[in-house]
Design a protein around this ligand. Sequence first.
Ligand code: ADP
Ligand code: MG
Length: 215
Amino acid sequence: MDTIGFEELKRMLLAAVDQIKANHELLSKLDSFGGDGDHGTTMVRAMGCLEKGINSTTTGQIKDLLNNVGWSIMGVDGGATGPLFGSLFMGMAIPTDGKDVIDSQLLAAMFESGLNGVGNVTKAQIGDKTMIDALVPAVQELRAAVERGELIDQALAVAAEAAKKGAEATKGLAARFGRAKNIGEKSKGQPDPGATSVSLVFRGFAQGVQSNGGS
Ligand code: ADP
Ligand code: MG
């Protein structure tokens, strides 16, 4: 498809919610190795906030949708997740000002802006075994796909694959941020929970846009 609108974006977001809900036990299990074992439950609460953000958006505006979702997630209690994921969506809202449809260029700009937003709340870089390890390749590969001329559904599928690979690759890394930093080298062998969440969220985005049936 060439463009998506408000309703399609909503379906993308809700498909991410479904992915997290279906996999929250895995996320908490992964967080139990180096963290406090709450990542799955926190992400489920964050996705509840996301749904609230959707339901509170009555203007039909893409920017309002993303801002409401971001603000809502930002307020989730429980550690690092709220600010990280909240600022992703808040950042994504910025380039959508005044836009009724999202084309592939805007989509890439939205994710780049979202990544910037996350960068305002953490100094974690690629290789630090955090959600950044899935988010950066997803955003970069999405941009590359768009520059190759791939359409929104294809570009999101590419991004989801990149996020998945990025999350899997965190297995071999030692945590340098978040609670898992406390066990450092011992965190090797398991993927980072936050990176796994990012990979699930992008899988949801890709599936949600596919099920729109194209336009
Ligand atoms: P908490 O660690 O506060 O219990 P969660 O368990 O919900 O929060 O989330 C843990 C995940 O959050 C980690 O796997 C990592 O991906 C991400 N994370 C935690 N701290 C940071 C940070 N400072 N920068 C980037 N990501 C982080
Ligand atoms: Mg935790």
